[in-house]
Design a protein around this ligand. Sequence first.
Ligand SMILES: [Zn+2]
Ligand SMILES: [Zn+2]
Length: 342
Amino acid sequence: MKAMALAKVGPITSGMMPLQELNVPLPIPGESEVLIRVSACGVCHTELDIIEGRTSPLFLPLIPGHQVVGFIESAGKEAHKFHPGTRVGAAWFHAACGSCIYCKSGKENLCRDFAATGRDCNGGYAEYMTAPEESLFTIPDFFSDAQAAPLLCAGAIGYRSLILSDIKNGGNLGLMGFGTSARLVLAMARKKFPQTQVFVFARKADQQALAVKNGAAWAGAPDELSPQKLNAIIETTPAWGPVIDALKNLLPGGRLIINAISKDEADKKRLMELDYAAHLWMEKEIKTVANVTREDVRQCLALAAAHSIALPVQEYPLDQANQAILDLKQGKISGAKVLRIA
Ligand SMILES: [Zn+2]
Ligand SMILES: [Zn+2]
């Protein structure tokens, strides 16, 4: 089968394209796994982190991709959940131990043995992939394959961030950064909390305009003061500066959710600006988001389907995976990026 695989970790630029097209044997599902014929695979910022080495792949060459929509082709002998031909989704969650205190309390995202699709095992930048049937989701009929893909990570981790933000209907919510995940959070927040006003901080004028067009009450630059103080802010950038910028906009008791698997060191000196009175005093809280649970993915898919939430997608053929990631890195926001495979 055809796959786009990472052989060597390194920066991606227009002159350096780390993913290579490989012809590899069809993977064989284990006893409780299924073989999926991949139809579409979303492109996530975390793939950029994997390729450039900020979160390390378990082995090389690795096939990335963790927003996978496809169809069951065959199943191992202990896998009975899905019939052949069923449309399924695979997300960032691949496996966890199942027996630790986190796994037993629905927080498998925090398990020490958490294994991620497309980082700790091969993912969906390929014609086929295998996955444990317990890690898969059925996809609501409302979505096309390409529309469903970004919901599996950008949507699900956005949903988890929204829940962790503890925002109440009528509260003021901030979004720092306005990529695919934040755009889905804006759409979900407006449906789940209709009285809540959403304030968007984004660097580019086209991002700010898009936010207002999609229902944000206000949009401005990351270092601006919002016109009202905020109960919660979800921060989705790779940088440190926006963390400082966000904290000064929080109300007393407000909460900052940092939704990033890693942070660039480039602007770390901005942390020197941290001022106890301006940024932390009055019981402000900071919480990070780590991975997702299967329940997050299920609830995100259900919420999005119930309210017809689907972003425009920009499709690339599988062999253009490098270009898709490069466009993501350069912040081209024409749509959620999805590899169209079959
Ligand atoms: Zn566990
Ligand atoms: Zn992701």
